[in-house]
Unconditional design. Structure first.
Length: 266
């Protein structure tokens, strides 16, 4: 049997998709881009062809990720603008050095660097605690941090407040998939949502109390309970696809007992 050709979406179709994903009307987008709503309509239907500058302006106004901005440029007949380099490329030395300093400086607390699909790019020594006792199949490249967090044979089996952490992570992942248009994230969401945990009621989650500030991960560690929250940091003003998709997730102790335990283990 012959192969079935897959039709590439036109620039107009891609523009409409991103505009609708951002819940922006043609009028509002036209005002921000300083063109008429009629012109936006013509671009979406293919009755008008955008200039390179117009593609860049529209994608900037819509907050389109750099990877997809390149796709819209190519659909409009232009070469990609934003390069995509490997993290280990010589040109990325300053980025690697910044990541290494941040990871090392966060010890003895765990910190990891992930890409757009939540695959592990780098980690400090303290992050090894998340991989202790994890089956080898979950540690094969690429190692996915969210999969490690919720898999019943990994952290999912050690989280004492699994229901609330799971609900929070799945909600954030779903929102990220919708905002980014990344099908990998939608597939990852469905995979994680299908995990089962015998004996665990996923509908019972801790209701935030007056003293609560953040959702903490309460992790069973032998006869101790480690309580941590996380922060996410990204690079400012990136113009490289790879750099724009990197995120640093740092874990912080929620109480002095956890801080002492992590300092002692470090």
């Amino acid at each position: 049997m012959g192969q079935v050709a897959v039709r590439e979406e036109s620039f107009g179709e891609l523009l409409r998709s991103w505009r609708q994903r951002r819940r922006v009307s043609q009028l509002d987008l036209g005002i921000e881009a300083e063109v008429s709503a009629r012109h936006i309509s013509f671009l979406e239907t293919g009755r008008a062809r955008p200039s390179r500058e117009m593609v860049l302006k529209l994608t900037e106004e819509l907050g389109v990720p750099l990877r997809h901005r390149n796709r819209l440029l190519m659909a409009a007949g232009f070469a990609p603008v934003y390069p995509e380099r490997e993290v280990r490329a010589p040109e990325m030395r300053v980025v690697r050095e910044a990541l290494d300093k941040i990871l090392a400086g966060h010890e003895p607390y765990p910190a990891v660097v992930v890409d757009a699909a939540w695959n592990l790019v780098a980690a400090n020594a303290a992050a090894a605690m998340f991989m202790e006792g994890v089956p080898v199949e979950l540690l094969r490249e690429p190692i996915n941090v969210l999969r490690l967090s919720l898999h019943p044979d990994a952290m999912g089996g050690r989280l004492l407040n699994l229901a609330e952490v799971r609900a929070h992570l799945l909600y954030q992942l779903r929102r990220q998939a919708e905002a980014s248009g990344d099908g990998r994230l939608a597939e990852l969401h469905d995979e994680l949502a299908a995990y089962t945990y015998p004996g665990v009621d996923l509908n019972v989650a801790h209701a935030p109390g007056p003293a609560d500030i953040l959702v903490s991960l309460r992790i069973a560690a032998g006869d101790r309970v480690l309580s941590m929250f996380t922060t996410i940091a990204t690079f400012g003003t990136p113009v490289d696809v790879t750099v724009s998709e990197l995120a640093i997730e740092a874990f912080w102790p929620s109480d002095e007992e956890t801080a002492a335990a992590l300092r002692h283990s470090g």
